[in-house]
Design a protein around this ligand. Structure first.
Ligand code: DAT
Length: 177
């Protein structure tokens, strides 16, 4: 039994996963597990996609690399995909959304995304692909959609997630008694 929950923070690239995870890690002591970073550090790659200019993650290798740690609990799993993580590992899935296309467009441009890559991510956000993926992969009651447009949203979202984490820990402690 985990004493601390595992929370997936997911959403289209640029939606605010990193800013949320960094703040939540400070406030809760849960560890920020950036899957991008893990894949890089532990070489969980299965080739390079020339068209997208990005590495292709070998999901089996990645899961093997993080399994022992994640099963201990207490991780904020930060990635733009979520359905690869086994249900039994995960206690909450937060899908961040940016409903304003203009704000989202500006964020992606500021990152240097152009043309196809920019359009692909804008479309993914408009159609809510990550939310659909999360709802298909996990039980409805553990999937939460939160808006991430402004600084204030980061504050209020983190407040909600911290409250949820504390409630989860309290209920685990009660069950253990
Ligand atoms: P991700 O990790 O999902 O790719 P990020 O956390 O790096 O996204 O954020 C991308 C940029 O957008 C970064 O400059 C911070 C900004 N941003 C994200 N969410 C925001 C919000 N709710 N309010 C203000 N800025 C935000």
């Amino acid at each position: 039994m985990r004493k601390s929950p595992n929370v997936i923070i997911t959403g289209t690239p640029g939606v605010g996963k990193t800013v949320h995870c960094e703040q939540l890690a400070q406030e809760t002591g849960l560890r920020h597990l950036s899957i991008n970073q893990v894949a890089k550090d532990r070489e969980c790659y299965d080739g390079y996609d020339e068209e997208r200019k990005s590495w292709i993650v070998d999901e089996d290798k990645l899961l093997d690399a993080i399994e022992d740690e994640v099963l201990q609990g207490g991780y904020l799993i930060d990635w733009h995909a979520c359905d690869l993580f086994p249900k039994s590992w995960i206690d909450l899935v937060v899908v961040l959304r940016c409903p304003s296309t203009s704000i989202f467009h500006d964020r992606l441009s500021a990152r240097g995304y152009k043309d196809d890559k920019l359009q692909e991510n804008l479309d993914a956000e408009i159609f809510g692909l990550l939310l659909e993926e999360a709802r298909e992969a996990y039980d409805e009651e553990i999937v939460v959609e939160l808006t991430s447009e402004k600084d204030d949203d980061v504050e209020s979202n983190c407040e909600r997630i911290v409250a949820w984490i504390n409630a989860w820990k309290a209920s685990q402690a009660e069950n253990a008694d």
